[in-house]
Write a protein that binds this ligand. Sequence first.
Ligand code: UFG
Length: 324
Amino acid sequence: MNILVTGGAGYIGSHMCKRLAEHGHRIAVIDDLSTGHEQAVRWGEFHRGDVGDGEFLDRVFERFRPEAVLHFAAKSIVAESVADPALYYRTNVAGSLRLIERVRKTPGCVFVLSSTAAIFGRPQAERIDETHPCAPINAYGRSKLMVENILAEYWAAYRLPSVSLRYFNAAGADASGAIGEAHTPETHLIPRILEAALGRAEPVRVFGADYDTRDGTCIRDYIHVDDLCQAHLDGLEYLRAHPGCHAFNLGNGRGFTVREVLDAATRVVGRRLAYQIGERRPGDPAMLVADAARAQQILHWRPAHPQLETLIESAWRWHRQRAF
Ligand code: UFG
């Protein structure tokens, strides 16, 4: 297939491009390099630009003629979305709408959205399935939910087929060590721990140890980036056989506390890692764990790397030798 990957210079997008290339697809990447890295674009043709630029999209679509668009390009830091919601609505909502409109004008083209657990807001269950109410508590979550809602209406009114994939905590890196997570600033737990272990960042501050969890720190469901990529392939295949508007939660269904992640990282790195206990970070729910039974039943998706240590090992390989 001809597959257009927006945000293909970013963390999950670049892993997706590698996987698509391995499956023999033709790839075009769109990225404005506002947060992505040109060195991460190694598979397919590269078009530098903004998904919110209609003329740019026209040029890329006319030349490449995509049969599927995988839309990773987005702003995705919760705290930033609270401080600057306009940026999130402009990029994630207006930008996505422009892209979806272009897909609507492209007969036969299907759409896959990178969505997030942040659309659910405060969890009302131990494990979150697709029937959980969507009540986001920040502009990031709201911006992604708005795009999911647009996609539902575009299926109902225009028959534009789509899948929304709600990632829980994406982590890990490609086994080659050639690409990996590289955000500036880095806000995510595992890369922060590993960069601190390498002496390139301050020791990690644990954001709150007084939560109502088994050790007082927040619980998250860490899912390997390669498993997320596999879900996109499975979602695309499903969409071709079952055109519609679908949504799936993607996680391992098992949560780890921040302390447990630190312990696992200690085992991987092979030495004690210093950390401090700090204040809670505003907007952090105590626990976010996926119930991914639907993806397993319908997409036949099974995470291949559910072990926390394996996941951290892959990230460690990347951080030790990262090229960007
Ligand atoms: N944490 C720390 N110290 C740090 C960084 C993180 O203690 O330096 C903790 C956080 O408080 C949280 C856990 O580690 O409990 C994981 O934090 P991340 O920042 O790695 O990830 P989030 O859980 O905040 O983010 C995820 C997704 C977002 C989504 C969000 C919804 O990456 O896309 O969940 O809450 F919006």
